[in-house]
Ligand binder design. Structure first.
Ligand SMILES: [Mg+2]
Length: 233
């Protein structure tokens, strides 16, 4: 099934680590920091209200909506300045958020599975999120790591796949993309002619209006087993 594959791209959030607990913890950490460093801001806005302001800003400025760090920074800078704080406070708050956002915990099988695959394939991470791979436990797992902020567009836009091909020198026809999101991962990759794997860790139903992935697995162990049929991984 995958004999042609030379490069494997991986989505990060909810494919290689659970995302929601990390974002929640990072937002709580950042808000607690703001309560100490910018109490006039937190007296005016709850954490939910800050989030609503970010969402509204991204809606009004679609040209930066793919760059979650920039959205957060601009939103915070505006509200902090209104509350009488200098712009540097927004940068420090953003740094606090990002440091906490990088404290991800990969699913149990991930580190070992990536190490096995990397012996046979070029591995690339492609994320819409704002984790910084070099500051996570997967800092040594990939040959290349791309973000929507860096390439200027989020999946399902094909930009990250094209950049991955240019950077690695591997044609898209030899790519396998692995992700948890039916539309942004599987459908987006298939439209470019990539082979696709859906990682379905919690038994979700596949959406009826999207063609299925080439392979569905519960975790990366299933992926390694399948690739062992065509490559000696
Ligand atoms: Mg994901």
């Amino acid at each position: 099934m995958f004999a042609h594959v030379r490069l494997i791209c991986f989505d990060l959030d909810d494919t290689l680590w659970p995302c929601v607990p990390v974002i929640r913890a990072a937002e709580a950490h950042c808000y607690a920091w703001l309560q100490r460093e910018a109490p006039r801001l937190t007296a005016r806005y709850s954490a939910d209200e800050l989030r609503a302001h970010r969402i509204e800003l991204a809606r009004r400025q679609p040209q930066i909506a793919h760059d979650l760090t920039e959205v957060r920074l601009r939103s915070l800078a505006t509200l902090l300045e209104d509350a009488g704080y200098p712009r540097v406070v927004a940068h420090r708050a953003s740094d606090e958020f990002r440091a906490a956002r990088n404290r991800v915990t990969p699913y149990d099988e991930v580190v070992a599975a990536l190490a096995r695959l990397r012996a046979r394939f070029t591995l690339v991470s492609v994320t819409n999120g704002n984790s910084q791979i070099e500051h996570t436990p997967l800092h040594a797992s990939f040959d290349h790591s791309l973000t929507a902020a860096e390439v200027g567009a989020a999946k399902p836009d094909p930009a990250m796949f094209h950049v991955a091909s240019r950077r690695s020198g591997v044609p898209l026809s030899a790519f396998l993309h692995v992700g948890d999101d039916p539309a942004r991962d599987v459908q987006a990759a298939r439209e470019l002619g990539l082979s696709t794997v859906w990682v379905n860790r919690d038994g979700r139903e596949w959406p009826a209006d999207i063609a299925v992935a080439d392979l569905e697995v519960d975790d990366l162990t299933g992926l390694v087993a399948k690739l062992a049929e065509s490559h000696s991984v």
